[in-house]
Design a protein around this ligand. Structure first.
Ligand code: SF4
Length: 195
């Protein structure tokens, strides 16, 4: 299983999780091992970053917010360690760690197959390029909201440069993004809220 979207980098390079395995083989098994290892490393980097941000007081909102916080706590045991191929496979198979950053949709997908709206629950991994607003797997951090507001400002600037109907569409989308941000600030939870 590969997932290039599990790609958020760890803030502190010294804390990055290392993987100690011999997967140089070009055999079919070797390729699968490599994919598991890379997926596990990216997953741990993503949730480790989230853990650090939560420790710094960051808030998270959305239907999957509490599951995102749980995943961040689960990741701590792997941070800064050298993990084996066996552990990499455990990480990939752990449903509590199925967290995917989705920078294009400006959200985090805390994946639960039965809740997924992007493919009606038929796959083990999300279709991030088909993310659906209103999915129960969505979580958004304060950082996502900063980017959402930047995007809303950009849409407003574009609206000022184009004619009527297109400008109206840009402004509607900007307003929708600001509504998202407002909902986030109204509902966000922090580590303290889950203690
Ligand atoms: S719709 Fe979006 S949040 Fe929901 S499972 Fe698919 S990618 Fe994840």
């Amino acid at each position: 299983m590969t997932n290039p979207d599990r790609s958020r980098s760890c803030n502190d390079p010294d804390l990055r999780t290392s993987v100690s395995v011999g997967y140089a083989s070009r055999s079919r098994d070797g390729i699968h091992d490599l994919l598991d290892v890379e997926t596990a490393r990216a997953t741990i980097d993503t949730v480790a970053d989230l853990h650090d941000d939560l420790e710094d007081g960051l808030g998270v909102s959305g239907p999957a917010a509490r599951r995102a916080i749980t995943a961040a706590a689960t990741a701590v045991q792997y941070t800064g360690t050298v993990i084996s191929l066996r552990q990499a496979r455990q990480i990939v198979a752990n449903p509590q760690l199925a967290v995917y950053d989705n920078p294009n949709a400006l959200l985090m997908c805390v994946y639960k197959r039965e809740k997924a709206l992007c493919h009606r629950g038929i796959k083990d991994t999300p279709s991030l390029d088909r993310c659906v607003a209103g999915c129960g797997n969505i979580a958004r951090t304060d950082q996502h909201i900063t980017k959402i507001l930047d995007r809303a400002d950009l849409l407003d600037r574009r609206a000022a440069r184009v004619p009527g109907p297109l400008a109206d569409r840009f402004r509607r989308n900007a307003a929708r993004l600001r509504d998202l941000a407002e909902a986030h600030h109204r509902t966000r939870i922090t580590l303290q809220d889950t203690a």
